[in-house]
Design a protein. Structure first.
Length: 271
């Protein structure tokens, strides 16, 4: 079938993903969501964040559909962040740089929030086990180098700092941690740090609905309620459910955590 927004056969687009296992589930859908004309992609991304933010054709996002497959690491994403903020994030998260990586963001985009330049960060899943398996903490290998151990310690300190900051901002109890639910913890920690750097943030947990090709890996989401219930169940150990779905202010900047769902089929025309 043909992607109606670009005229590209979907099979040919998926073939640009080097690994066969990357051609199903949430990853190809993230590329499809950001593939097409800038105006079309902007409309789709805005649908995830309205009325809290807006994305226009003049904004930038990563990945860029199937044309640039790179997922954002915010310490090294000049399309999205100016250099001084990128450096500040890098130094906050890591002691020893080298080849160490910072979290990969499934979709990241510049946007407008309250009339100001901001960032949209999207964490996407296509079946329940993708999120359930993320309840683990970050482990340090017993044979880790001194540099890895130093980075592990620094990441724990950074998340703890963000935890304190988010508690102060929301007047709620937070328990984000390096040692439990690491992925969700780091998404919220990075969002908080961006606000400290003067960047308002929309953080979206996005569930792709009816990804039935993933039934061998977990339970696909049949509707928004399934996805929303799972996200809240997985986050309840970290913060109250009332955090989701409303704007907060952290470090004087808007911070909006949202639970959204979207259906994108891989086996028929994308419209």
């Amino acid at each position: 079938m043909i992607n109606s927004t670009t005229g590209d056969p979907i099979a040919q687009l998926l073939a640009r993903l080097s690994k066969k296992e990357e051609r199903r589930g949430s990853k190809p859908r993230c590329h499809l969501l950001t593939h097409g004309s800038p105006a079309y992609v902007a409309m789709r991304l805005t649908s995830l964040v309205a009325p809290f933010a807006e994305i226009s054709a003049n904004h930038a996002w990563m990945p860029v559909g199937f044309d640039n497959l790179t997922e954002a690491q915010l310490h090294n994403a000049p399309r999205l962040l100016e250099g001084r903020n990128s450096d500040a994030l890098h130094n906050w998260w890591l002691v020893r740089k080298g080849n160490a990586k910072t979290p990969h963001i499934d979709i990241a985009s510049t946007c407008t929030i309250e009339g100001r330049p901001g960032l949209l960060l999207v964490e996407a899943k296509a079946h329940d086990e993708e999120l359930i398996q993320e309840c683990a903490g970050k482990r340090l290998d017993e044979h880790a180098s001194a540099g890895s151990a130093a980075n592990h310690e620094r990441i724990g300190i950074a998340i703890a700092e963000a935890c304190t900051g988010l508690a102060a901002a929301t007047k709620l109890v937070w328990q984000i941690s390096r040692d439990s639910h690491y992925q969700m913890s780091n998404r919220f920690a990075w969002s908080w740090k961006l606000t400290e750097l003067g960047v308002p943030v929309i953080l979206v947990y996005l569930g792709f609905l009816n990804a039935d090709e993933m039934v061998d890996r977990g339970k696909p989401f049949q509707g928004h309620r399934d996805w929303e219930a799972l996200v809240k169940a997985q986050s309840t150990q970290l913060f109250p459910a009332s955090v989701w779905g409303q704007p907060w202010r952290a470090n004087g900047q808007a911070f909006v955590p949202l639970i959204k769902s979207f259906e994108l089929a891989l086996d028929h025309e994308v419209v």
